[in-house]
Design a protein around this ligand. Sequence first.
Ligand SMILES: [Zn+2]
Length: 76
Amino acid sequence: MTTVNCPSCAKPVEWSETSEFRPFCSKKCQLIDLGDWATEAHSIPAAPSGNMADHIDEEAIAEQFEQQQKSFFNND
Ligand SMILES: [Zn+2]
């Protein structure tokens, strides 16, 4: 069995189909990390690679994050 540490809270997470939010332990930690990632991405002026895919990924992730946040708060 493989376990990884949740990037947000360092809790061990089983790397299997039952861990829906792997490598995160929960949806909450996934959202926290996505938020951090988006903040970091926007604070970096230019990626060294200059890859167009980076820009597309950033928009897609930001949109996904927004949608997840909405459903996260609706579930509360
Ligand atoms: Zn966690």
